[in-house]
Structures are given as C-alpha cells and as structure tokens.
Design a protein around this ligand. Structure first.
Ligand SMILES: [Zn+2]
Length: 59
C-alpha cells in the first residue's frame, strides 16, 4: 500500500498524510505546530478572513 505524501506549506518538507496537521479551512498541511504558527504569522489576514466567513456562515 502506498503512503500518501503531502507537503508542509511552511517549510516545504514532505510527510505522510497520517502525520500531517491539516487546516480544513485553508486546505493546507503542516508537519508540526511550529510550522503552522510560522505560516499563520505570514498569512494572518488570510486566516482572519477565513475565520470571519466561517463564523458568518455558521450563524
Ligand atoms: Zn514543516
């Protein structure tokens, strides 16, 4: 069985899908918390927008 590999959006390294952190709102993968935080720093406005629309549609 082939392992599904995904790329960490922050550091660009490949990891198994089972070990990846997945943000379903922006549909990106991260290999560890640090990478998520680093990416979030650079995409702060994007995340806020996503969160806003999520909140709106969630009622
Ligand atoms: Zn990473």
């Amino acid at each position: 069985m082939r392992e599904t590999k995904v790329m960490c959006e922050s550091c660009g390294s490949y990891l198994s899908l089972d070990n990846a952190l997945f943000d379903e709102h922006v549909e990106v993968f991260f290999c560890q918390d640090d990478c998520l935080y680093e990416w979030a720093d650079d995409h702060f406005e994007e995340i806020v927008e996503q969160y806003k629309s999520f909140r709106v549609y969630a009622g």
